[in-house]
Design a protein around this ligand. Structure first.
Ligand code: ZN
Length: 243
């Protein structure tokens, strides 16, 4: 079996497709693991699925924004070795895109330029009436339902909520990147969440690498499966390759 370093070495068009597992090492809890948001929700508070839904934004925006500010925004989180390794691979021309299910913006903070955010970004917020964009700091500093300084419209996070469709342009770009690449690295995702998880089925390249703490449904199709933490695994491989 080839090592990760050998696969990265021969890859000429690498794509990384990642989920929450890449950011847990930066201190951002994922949704579904034992320490994740769902497990830590209290019994008398609404379910996180509801608090992350379009329905909640419409009918109980105060609760929506309270949860958003306290549970989804992590202004102190910094990119870890996995984010940095991917940015380096792009910088040397080996990686063409990062596709992410995360909304934390840590790939861009590490220096990645082509990041396809399937679920949007909590770094961006948008007035639903005039479209004016605000940063994360604006959301953190707001209270109750944030209002646009220009038109007083509601300012909402630029993220895809439960009950909302994915951005088709982002999905199309992700499919195109996966169809064209010769190495697909899937990391930090259990591949359980559709439709994003179905993206892997578009892959036709040579090497599929799965790096995830727990087994996934696609382990049997991969040329390399590593049940390890992403930061040290990708970090060491890229350091060895690029020096
Ligand atoms: Zn506005």
């Amino acid at each position: 079996m080839d090592s990760l370093q050998a696969i990265l070495d021969r890859g000429q068009d690498i794509v990384f497709f990642g989920g929450a597992g890449i950011s847990t090492e930066s201190g951002i809890p994922d949704f579904r693991s034992s320490a994740g948001l769902y497990a830590t929700a209290t019994p008398d508070s609404p379910a996180p699925e509801y608090l992350l839904s379009h329905e909640c934004l419409e009918h109980d925006p105060e609760s929506f924004f309270d949860f958003h500010r306290t549970s989804l925004l992590h202004p102190k989180a910094r990119p870890n070795r996995a984010h940095q390794a991917l940015a380096r691979l792009e910088e040397v021309g080996k990686l063409s895109a990062v596709i992410t299910q995360n909304i934390d913006g840590l790939h861009q903070a590490a220096g990645s330029r082509r990041v396809l955010e399937l679920h949007g970004s909590a770094q961006r917020n948008r007035c639903i009436d005039c479209g004016q964009v605000q940063d994360m700091r604006f959301m953190l500093d707001s209270t109750g339902v944030p209002r646009c300084p220009i038109c007083r419209g509601m300012v909402r996070p630029d993220v895809v909520l439960y009950g909302e469709p994915l951005d088709q342009r982002v999905m199309d770009a992700a499919i195109e990147a996966i169809l064209a690449c010769d190495v697909l690295i899937v990391g930090g995702t259990s591949l359980n969440v559709y439709p994003a998880a179905g993206l892997v089925n578009f892959y036709q390249g040579r090497d599929l690498v799965l790096i995830n703490r727990d087994p996934t449904a696609h382990d049997g199709q991969a040329s390399l499966v590593l049940h390890q933490d992403l930061g040290p695994t990708l970090g060491d491989a890229v350091d060895s390759l690029l020096g």
